[in-house]
Write a protein that binds this ligand. Sequence first.
Ligand SMILES: C[S@@+](CC[C@H](N)C(=O)[O-])C[C@H]1O[C@@H](n2cnc3c(N)ncnc32)[C@H](O)[C@@H]1O
Length: 284
Amino acid sequence: MADVNDFMKNVAPEDGELPEWATVTFDTSTPSIARVYDAFLNGKDNFAVDRQVAQAILEVVPESARLAQDNRAWIGRVVTWLVGEAGIRQIIDLGSGLPASSNVHDYAQRIAPDTRVAYVDNDPIVLAHGRAMLDVNSRTTVITADVRDLDDVFDNDDLRALIDLDQPFAILLASVLHHFPDGQDRAVARMLRERMSPGSYLAVANVADPGTDDRVEKLVSAARANGMDTGFWRPYPQHRMYFGDLDLVPPGLCPVNEWKPDEDTPTESPVHHLYLGGVGYYGG
Ligand SMILES: C[S@@+](CC[C@H](N)C(=O)[O-])C[C@H]1O[C@@H](n2cnc3c(N)ncnc32)[C@H](O)[C@@H]1O
């Protein structure tokens, strides 16, 4: 087990007691979703067991590293659009993951510094590491909660202090639903839609199975053989259900690199059809 107190040596006051979140220990014997994803992004907040999963997957499909990169770039474009074009000033990033090179508040506050961002994840390592890089000003916060228990998320005092749920907000749900089994994915999406106030947006992206790509089976087999029991690749109609009756913002639900691409978006990604994303709008 690694102890977060090692990590805290550099940031905790010498004579002060560590806060509760800083006393968490991490299970380093089984891979965690957040840490494996971090390994895919060449992050440093992962352990050998996590890197083993990433390496096994990259061995069978080397270009799959692009999946995480394309997804992160999509998040950047979505947030830029939500804040810059749609006028959104409140964002709830569900299953936010470990800090990356550019985070949601970086994109948002670059355009509108008053944008408030609540990061939510159920892995305590995200809170521990996120305090330093995500909870950086009075307009950001990081909380630990499970998105399958939305009362836990939406009744959280820190989130409520930052986000006015009666005003429009955006929910980001990137690479989270594909970790939930069939049925639970749709249920979470539906319950989230029911929480949206008029003028709000729901942005969702997940790995996808186009039905014609034999790399999907290789990716799943490598993950399962190395201790990752989640990561479900689903066909387009299942992704479409996440948006229910919401209006899909053009260009709709599509491969992430086709969603409002900018000059940096690769049009020839080798994993182009393996990641779908879209943004839904609730007019009220
Ligand atoms: C693949 S990472 C995606 C991170 C980020 N959203 C992105 O797309 O770059 C999935 C994240 O969802 C989190 N997660 C998985 N199940 C969750 C749950 N039930 N509640 C909250 N977070 C969850 C994991 O801990 C992980 O950090």
